[in-house]
Design a protein around this ligand. Structure first.
Ligand code: SAM
Length: 224
C-alpha cells in the first residue's frame, strides 16, 4: 500500500515510525489491517498489509444535515458525528447561517482523525456545503428528514415519543439563529419531513446535533 505525502509525513515525521514498524490501517472498505513499514521517505512510503485485525463496519444509514457554525464548533459536530456513527454529513446554508466556512479537505482530515481515535473503520462521506433549498429540492423521498424544531421544545414530540421511523433517516439541525419563517413553512409542507423536539430547553446547535444523533441511535442504532 503506497502512502501519499501527508500520510508519510504523519507516520514518519510526526509519529516517528521507521522501516519495520507495525501499524494499524483502514481504507473504509476492507476493515482494519496490521501492516509493516517497508519504505519510509519524506514524502512517500510503502506499507505491506499482513493480517486483518477487524472486519469492515459501516454505521447505520443515518445522515446529519447541519448549518456550519463557528470553526471549533463545526469541528466538534463533525468529530462527534464520526464517533457516534453517521454515514454521511451534509453541511447546508440557511437564511440565518452565520458561518459559511466549510473546508472539505480540512474536515475530511478531521473526520479521519476522529475515526482513528475511536477505532472506527469507516469515515462518513462529507459533501460540499449547499443551500438548504437545493438539498430539499433533490431530497430522496424514501429518506425521512427528522427536523430538530425548537418550536416544539417542551412538547411530548421527542424521538422516543412514537419511536424513530424505520428505514433511511437524516437529522436536520439549524444554525445559532434557528430557521426563518419561510424555511419553517417549507419544511412543514414536505411529506418526508418529521419535526421533533429535543426537550424543554433550547440547545446550542452543536449540542442539538449530538443529542439528536444519540437519541436516534438509542432508538434505532447499531448496538450489537
Ligand atoms: N435562536 C433559536 C431560538 O431561540 O429559537 C435557537 C436555535 S438553536 C441554538 C439551533 C438549532 O438547534 C435549532 O435550529 C434546532 O434545530 C436545534 N434545537 C435546539 N434546541 C432544540 C429543542 N429543544 N428541540 C428541537 N430542536 C432544538
Amino acid at each position: 500500500m503506497a502512502l501519499g505525502p501527508d500520510q508519510a509525513n504523519y507516520l514518519f515525521a510526526v509519529m516517528r515510525q521507521a522501516v519495520g514498524a507495525a501499524v494499524l490501517v483502514f481504507n473504509g472498505r476492507d476493515g482494519e489491517w496490521r501492516a509493516s513499514v517497508q519504505d519510509a521517505g519524506k514524502r512517500r512510503g510503502l506499507l505491506c498489509c499482513e493480517q486483518q485485525t477487524a472486519p469492515q463496519r459501516r454505521p447505520p444509514d443515518l445522515w446529519l444535515v447541519f448549518s456550519p457554525v463557528r470553526k471549533e464548533r463545526t469541528n466538534f459536530i463533525v468529530e462527534k458525528a464520526v464517533e457516534l456513527g453517521v454515514a454521511r454529513v451534509l453541511p447546508v446554508t440557511t437564511r440565518f447561517t452565520q458561518s459559511e466556512r466549510w473546508r472539505q479537505d480540512k474536515q475530511l482530515a478531521h473526520a479521519i482523525e476522529a475515526a482513528e481515535q475511536c477505532g472506527a473503520t469507516f469515515v462518513p462521506e462529507l459533501t460540499e456545503v449547499q443551500p438548504l433549498d437545493r438539498l430539499l429540492a433533490d431530497w430522496p423521498l424514501d429518506r425521512t428528514l427528522l427536523w430538530a424544531d425548537e418550536a416544539l421544545a417542551g412538547q411530548a414530540a421527542g424521538l422516543g415519543h412514537g419511536g424513530a421511523p424505520a428505514g433511511p433517516c437524516a437529522i436536520l439541525v439549524g444554525p445559532e439563529g434557528g430557521f426563518s419563517n419561510e424555511e419553517k413553512t417549507r419544511l412543514r409542507s414536505l411529506p418526508f419531513v418529521r419535526a421533533f423536539s429535543l426537550g424543554p430547553r433550547i440547545l446550542r446547535a452543536e449540542t442539538a446535533a449530538v443529542a439528536a444523533i444519540v437519541l436516534w441511535q438509542a432508538a434505532a442504532g447499531d448496538w450489537r
